[in-house]
Design a binder for this molecule. Sequence first.
Ligand code: 13P
Ligand code: MG
Length: 365
Amino acid sequence: MPRTTISVINADVGSFPGHSRTHPKLLETAAQMLKSERGKLLTDSFVTHCGDSLELIMMHTRGIYNEEIHRLAGNVFMECTKVAKSLKLYEAGQDMPAGAFAGNVRGMGPGVAEMEFEERESDPVLIYMADKAGPGAWNFYLYKIFADPFNTPGLVIDPSLHEGFVFEVHDLVGKRKISFACPEESYNLLACVGAPSRYIIRHVFKKDGTIAASTSTRRLNKETGQVMGEDDPVMIVRAQDGFPSMGEAIEPFTIPVLVAGWMRGSHHGPFMPVGLCDANCTRFDGPPRVICLGFQVTNGTLIGPADMFDDPGFDRVRARCNKLADTIRAQGPFEPHRLSREEMEYTTLPAVEKALELRWEPLGE
Ligand code: 13P
Ligand code: MG
């Protein structure tokens, strides 16, 4: 049996109205294109959206960073961009790199989370997809799922998890990476990932090197100052039998956490877990939201999806998120609702400041 690869590649190639949601015609186009690859490049696929982000879940046997798979995703986004342009959807082609699409989408507009593994006897996988939330949004949850015994009792009582996990952290500014074994190094891990605008948990591994979780990490390009699709991260988590249970992997989403993103990618707001039917952004272009689809991975196919947050068990966190949204919204253009001065460097604010430059006078004290 060949190893199975899951590639989740997403992009915002146009939405309606404004930055709210993906048009059904885009979903249809993408689903048909991927379906026609079944038995060729792909063993299975599933297409969905979170807010204005079009999400391609692709199953295959070609491993991660595979050029043909990435090119396929690029072609789907290009076709969908054409449809978006014909409908004059908002910001059609937003996350598409300028010029032709040549192979790997890594580091370009689309977000990529991938993992390759040997299927277990039974292989439950959870795929989380967010909108209006920065790439560091997963840090809190991955720590809770894989390092916090108050969330994941399996770390204490299940011998197959008891030795802990290794977290691979990427520094998006310094463009470097580091790994922390937990629980031994959990304070070092938190020292970094508590700053999610810079440090991102990219992968979690078992101590024998088996992949447990993968995230997408795209971020604006500091050199070019291009802000391309930074606010719709995705994450893949394996569950059960040597990994946290399905329930342990969704439990931390009952905590209302503030993330960066929301309106104009410039505001902190509560990260709200929602069912698929609520994967549409409205209030203040949000609030930031996350969906989670559960699958059994079976011989390279996806059995599912199960809509994990479509459950009254998550009603209370949604209510608490709404309350938090009211509280923080009342601060209007003031920090910490608005992102920190440093993070605003990549928004439209510097243009406003530039216009004031000549009017500033020395204090003369
Ligand atoms: P997206 O990054 O989801 O397109 O949102 C941008 C925005 O300006 C929301 O107000
Ligand atoms: Mg988006």
